[in-house]
Design a protein around this ligand. Structure first.
Ligand code: GCB
Length: 589
């Protein structure tokens, strides 16, 4: 599924705006055929979560089903085209009707989905789009869900959150990224996979694999220019596929310092006529892990950055472009070079922005806090399908330098994880991910409860650690925390002999709270803890980076540990800096 573009062959109608909205807590809508007429006075903005927009209607902690509907005019000049409905993301499950007829369903939140709707619409008149969204999770979804009953059964009542959640970010519900009507030719370019490499000091390689739909006998032309020369290749289709190989002399490579993007132009040609076109920004670069180092274009790089979240007041998890600009400005201000899309795929808009700004991304599948005791064949199938879809969506982004296939499995510290169950699970996941992309390292951040024997270490190319010594463990004791941290890192390195990346460390901090001694929640404590971690991390020869937790404060489910938000941001949720931000800026200079 390609990211929508507008050109001579393709068009986009954006349906962002106000939609009719109705919560369906009793799940009666389908039986009552709300997909035919949605009777309601409530409206909601798309993209955006329902929780904060409609808190006054009682939806603040609403987990369940809700209905969206909007009329849209599909112009006559789309008549010769194939028409698609594309949803950038809806969390987590959705079902779609067009003009009262069922079109399809999607089980994968945080990722785009699309359905062809040509047969469901008429041209030159309005059509009605209805989308049911449900934000319930269970043992088989990615991420897994949890119920109040499970917390009770497992004797973990004090860990119960509201809404019940296995993870520490708010399970916002809604249509979170744009809904669009897309028009493409009937014979069209359907997939593009681009690999790039470095052949010499100034010589780059671009290999494009193209899939087309609806045409048997055609040619595909691929070209790229470097200002002086045009490099092109043309091949005939075989089984709907074609390949273009381009060698660029005097090539400008993509790097964080100079995120240069070429425009890869792809034309589908039939009877000597261009019938479809797609232009893809392409960065020529190579990522490798060799020995204890991470290399981009054969130069070693040390990662400085964050775990982030898509989270903001009122809009919740909705796409909010000004926030992307602001966050990247703040990352540059801090001299950061990277972030991880903890704990789910971020918007496509953000990924393209990272390509243009030269910020490196660790791209994460939302298998957060996986509890293998509750996983079954369907869970693993879903996990793999997630990986497939994410890799397909983001493969061509030069900014993506690593995949993270999950986060903190066995957070609950279950014994059963180590009896071969965890190993079997992760072996299958890693080998599947590698079969889809052998050009990037793959990792899964480990938590201290899963410990040094976590099977993810065995399969990861880079060992990613999330640690909270000085916070959850050894609270307020920075000196002791530093000793434990250092010893544990050495032990992990000794056992696996692979480079270590710190993917989380941090402390909740109440802005405006101060102390002259090591006092948790103060701005000084956060700054000192971060400084301490960075010192220990940098004292090791086998570390390849430090990504602190978190860029900004973010909303969490209700729990006594959280004062509405997780306060580990070095910026507040509104993006005002805490003391640590200035400290980190100085260290990362
Ligand atoms: C973690 C999780 C992250 C939490 C963080 C915390 O290990 O990966 O999702 O928010 O700890 O602050 O507890």
């Amino acid at each position: 599924m390609l990211y929508p573009v507008h050109n001579n062959f393709r068009s986009i109608l954006d349906l962002s705006g106000f939609w009719k909205f109705k919560a369906d807590p009793l799940k009666i809508g389908e039986k009552k055929k709300w997909y035919k007429v949605l009777k309601t006075k409530t409206e909601i903005a798309v993209p955006g979560s329902w929780n904060e927009q409609l808190a006054e209607e009682g939806l603040s902690d609403f987990i369940g089903t809700a209905w969206y509907s909007k009329k849209c005019f599909i112009p006559k000049d789309f008549q010769s085209k194939k028409i698609w409905l594309r949803v950038g993301s809806a969390d987590y499950y959705s079902k779609v009707w067009v003009n009262g007829k069922f079109v399809g369903e999607n089980h994968f939140g945080f990722l785009p989905y699309e359905f062809e709707i040509t047969e469901f619409i008429s041209f030159g008149v309005e059509s009605e789009i209805t989308i049911l969204v449900n934000n319930e999770l269970d043992n088989e979804t990615v991420p897994q869900g949890i119920t109040s009953a499970q917390f009770l059964e497992e004797n973990r009542l004090r860990e119960e959150t509201n809404p019940p959640s296995r993870f520490d970010f708010y399970p916002f519900g809604g249509i979170h990224r744009p809904v669009q009507i897309i028009a493409t030719p009937h014979q069209y370019i359907s997939k593009i996979k681009v690999d790039t490499g470095i052949l010499g000091v100034k010589k780059g390689r671009v290999k494009a694999e193209i899939e087309v739909t609806g045409v048997q006998d055609a040619k595909v032309a691929v070209s790229i220019g470097n200002g002086k020369q045009l490099f092109s290749d043309q091949t005939r289709l075989a089984n709907n596929r074609a390949r273009g190989n381009l060698i660029i002399s005097d090539c400008k490579f993509w790097s964080p310092q100079e995120p240069f993007l070429y425009e890869l132009q792809i034309h589908l040609i039939s009877d000597n006529k261009i019938i479809d076109e797609y232009v893809l920004p392409v960065g020529v670069r190579e990522v490798k892990v060799r020995g204890n180092k991470l290399y981009i274009n054969n130069k070693s790089i040390y990662l400085k950055g964050f775990g982030k979240h898509e989270d903001f007041s009122t809009i919740g998890k909705g796409l909010f472009l000004p926030l992307i600009v602001k966050d990247f400005e703040l990352m540059k201000w801090l001299n950061a070079n990277s972030f991880r899309t903890s704990h789910y795929p971020y918007s496509e808009e953000m990924m393209y922005y990272a390509d243009r700004k030269g910020i490196l991304v660790i791209d994460e599948v939302p298998a957060v806090s996986l509890d293998t005791r509750y996983a079954n064949n369907k869970s693993i199938r879903n996990h793999k399908e997630y990986i497939r879809r994410l890799i397909e969506r983001d493969y061509n982004h030069p900014s993506v330098i690593m995949w993270s296939a999950g986060n903190e499995p066995n957070l609950v510290g279950a014994e059963e994880y180590y009896d071969g169950t965890g190993k079997k699970y992760w072996k299958e996941i890693f080998s599947y991910a590698r079969s889809l992309d052998s050009s990037r390292p793959i990792t899964v951040p480990n938590c201290s409860r899963a410990g040094i024997n976590d099977p993810v270490f065995e399969f990861s190319d880079v060992l990613s650690l999330n640690r909270y010594y000085g916070w959850y463990e050894y609270p307020g004791k920075l000196k002791y925390a530093a000793e434990i941290l250092s010893k544990e890192m050495d032990a992990i390195y000794k056992k696996y002999k692979k480079p270590i990346l710190f993917t989380e460390f941090g402390a909740d901090t109440l802005p405006g709270s101060h102390s002259t001694s090591d006092q948790m929640f103060t701005e000084e404590y956060q700054a000192s803890l971060i400084e301490m971690y960075i010192k220990v991390i940098r004292s090791k020869t086998y570390t390849i980076g430090e990504q602190l937790w978190n860029f900004a404060d973010f909303k969490t489910p209700q729990h006594f540990r959280r004062v509405v938000q997780n306060l580990k941001g070095i910026f507040t949720r509104e993006r005002s800096p805490k003391l640590a931000a200035f400290k980190v800026k100085e260290i990362w200079k």
